[in-house]
Design a protein around this ligand. Structure first.
Ligand code: HEC
Length: 103
């Protein structure tokens, strides 16, 4: 058997390491969040970068970085961030949270 490390060209290193759930979350992130949030670069877009969002104690707003607060932010929006409660269902938000935990 041929073992090829690091030679998949079409998929990024980050993507290959993800579980199916995390990968679904990544696709949802790309479709809904990436416009305003960088996931892999610490450069702000319209919103703050989400690199390491769950590794830090606090969210950019100062709220604790918990699933509960991030779910609330996604559903209800926050100042210049639109609400996603009519766009994403709970299952999709679960997948998205699983992806955000990998950052
Ligand atoms: C139209 C741009 C836009 C989109 C799309 C967007 N956001 Fe945001 N987001 C923002 C802005 C602006 C802020 C900063 C809000 C503030 O002033 O506190 C923010 C803040 C956040 C925060 C930090 C909240 C805090 O308490 O500090 C998280 C987490 C977040 N967004 C996640 C997401 C996720 C996940 C998605 C996709 C479902 C998303 N955002 C889509 C603009 C956006």
């Amino acid at each position: 058997m041929l073992i090829c490390v690091g030679c998949e060209s079409s998929r990024s290193r980050e993507e290959r390491a993800l579980t199916p759930t995390q990968n679904r979350g990544r696709v949802i992130f790309q479709a809904n969040c990436q416009l305003c949030h960088n996931a892999y670069k610490k450069e702000p877009l319209q919103g703050p970068p989400l690199v390491g969002v769950f590794r830090k104690h606090d969210l950019p707003s100062g709220m604790p970085a918990t699933d509960e607060h991030v779910r609330e932010t996604i559903k209800m929006g926050r100042r210049n961030m639109p609400p996603f409660n009519l766009v994403l269902d709970d299952q999709q938000i679960d997948d998205l949270l699983a992806f955000l935990h990998t950052l």
